[in-house]
Design a protein around this ligand. Structure first.
Ligand SMILES: Cc1cc2nc3c(=O)[nH]c(=O)nc-3n(C[C@H](O)[C@H](O)[C@H](O)COP(=O)(O)OP(=O)(O)OC[C@H]3O[C@@H](n4cnc5c(N)ncnc54)[C@H](O)[C@@H]3O)c2cc1C
Length: 437
């Protein structure tokens, strides 16, 4: 008897389901939707689907919440989408070891909320924290606002259960804080964008909630002055920068007072005193500096920052770039981006996780069309970041949309090594082909 996908896990072939699963938040469309969306309810079902896919040579596109910005979860005709949103249990939270065991479909903010009930939190907090899944953030090694001090998702993942292309279940890492047994397979899968295996369970690190948090909101006359001020702040827990155009899009009232915005958070028992000292340091070059330790006011300021991308997207279709540079090159990169925009005439809205050197230039398209001038703008921004010692993706991953620049950053030896790893783990090439490498 021939086994079909429908025998292995709940499968939806409706036009609505296939259309909804064919793209992500990048807005990029690969054309015709995929053949089916399969929604496993257990790890065993994921294994069965992968065994079938490898045997039948059907390519599989894993999907978390579809909030990615590089087309990584996009799928087209001939492909099957493996929707992991149904594996959404927080299996355990251990306040003693400060760890949680979670399934991939858990929304990041839900884990954070559940941890808070134990006086803990989950540090990785991308701007999409309320809508992105744990599996997707692991697969993209997502960053976020707290990256300045706590690093990205990789720093928070202790171990993974991964279903390999042949259906085998691989367990990596340990529940303990350190392990140097064998190669670091956990790190290999973090950021692999669904091309090496399916994350079906993760053991993650939690942290104590800070006893107090102080927020500093500072307006500057221009982005260069804001970037210079950011460099004088070495140890913030959050350090975010918005240029004037982005600030005007997200909060026109704030934008009337200044042309660039820094949002800084400090945590710990002496947060407010440290914030006051920091404010004194940056005040001479700022237009306005406000300090608060009121949680509601802090939350509103953080919401201003989190609203940056959706606010700009309301102005028109943008290409969302994601370069990263050493922090010392932040001011030069921002100046260079402004100069590129001036010379091509293409508007660019820029905001940055300034503490981590991750910069998001949003390049306005011509009503969705990537004209030669838009392309020239994006190419020049990527070239600038690489010239200044940076990378073409600080946190969103490569997906489909950033593959064209891979050879500009990685030499042939590095690229060949990536393909050897892929071939070793997925010899039939069924896992998310054409993405990431
Ligand atoms: C408003 C907004 C703000 C954002 N802010 C940030 C930010 O600050 N920092 C940041 O880093 N990103 C940000 N993003 C991008 C996005 O949210 C992240 O990339 C996130 O990690 C994607 O999670 P997801 O669950 O939506 O994954 P998806 O988009 O569904 O998938 C992303 C990739 O992971 C793979 N994948 C998904 N689940 C699994 C799994 N279980 N196993 C294996 N592979 C899997 C997919 O195949 C795809 O390649 C933002 C997006 C939006 C819309």
């Amino acid at each position: 008897m021939t086994v079909t996908l429908d025998d292995l896990a709940p499968t939806d072939r409706s036009v609505a389901a296939r259309t909804a699963a064919h793209s992500d938040r990048s807005g990029w469309s690969p054309g015709t939707p995929p053949d089916a969306v399969v929604r496993p309810g257990s790890i065993a079902e994921v294994q069965a689907v992968l065994r079938w896919a490898t045997a039948e040579r059907v390519t599989v596109v894993p999907r978390g919440a579809g909030t990615g910005l590089t087309g990584g979860a996009s799928a087209t005709a001939g492909q099957v989408v493996l929707d992991l949103s149904g594996l959404d249990a927080i299996e355990s939270i251990d306040p003693v070891t400060r760890t949680a065991v979670v399934q991939p479909g858990v929304i990041v903010a839900d884990l954070d909320r559940a941890a808070a009930a134990h006086g803990l939190r989950y540090a990785p907090d991308p701007g999409s924290v309320a809508i992105a899944s744990i599996g997707g953030t692991i697969a993209t090694n997502a960053g976020g606002l707290r990256c300045a001090r706590h690093g990205g998702t990789r720093e928070a993942v202790l171990g993974l259960d991964v279903v390999l292309a042949d259906g085998e279940l691989l367990r990596t890492g340990t529940a303990g804080p350190r392990s140097v047994t064998g190669y670091d397979l956990t790190s290999l899968f973090v950021g692999s964008e669904g091309t090496l295996g399916i994350v079906v369970r993760a053991t993650v690190r939690l942290q104590p909630l800070p006893v107090s948090t102080a927020t500093v909101a500072a307006l500057f006359p221009d982005v260069a002055t804001a970037a210079a001020a950011a460099l004088t702040i070495p140890a913030a827990d959050t350090l975010e920068l918005l240029d004037g155009a982005t600030l005007a899009a997200v909060d026109p009232v704030l934008a009337t007072d200044g042309a660039a915005f820094l949002l800084i958070q400090l945590e710990g028992p002496s947060a407010l005193a440290e914030a006051a000292a920091l404010a004194d340091r940056i005040r001479p070059t700022a237009v306005r500096v406000d300090i608060t330790d009121d949680p509601a006011r802090s939350e509103r300021l953080i919401a201003t920052r989190r609203g940056a991308l959706p606010a700009v997207q309301r102005l028109g279709r943008v290409l969302i770039e994601d370069v990263s540079v050493p922090r010392t090159a932040l001011a030069e990169t921002l100046a260079g981006i402004a100069a590129i925009s001036d010379s091509t005439g293409v508007p660019v809205f820029t905001f940055a996780h300034a503490g981590a050197g991750v910069i998001h230039p949003l390049v306005l398209t011509d009503d969705g069309a990537v004209t030669p001038r838009v392309q020239e703008t994006v190419d020049a921004i990527v070239a600038l970041a690489l010239r200044l010692g940076g990378t073409l993706s600080g946190e969103h991953g490569i997906g489909v949309l950033k593959r064209r620049w891979l050879a500009d950053e990685l030499d042939p030896v590095a690229r060949t090594t990536l393909h050897r790893i892929k071939d070793a783990l997925d010899p039939a090439g069924v896992l998310n082909p054409g993405k990431a490498i």
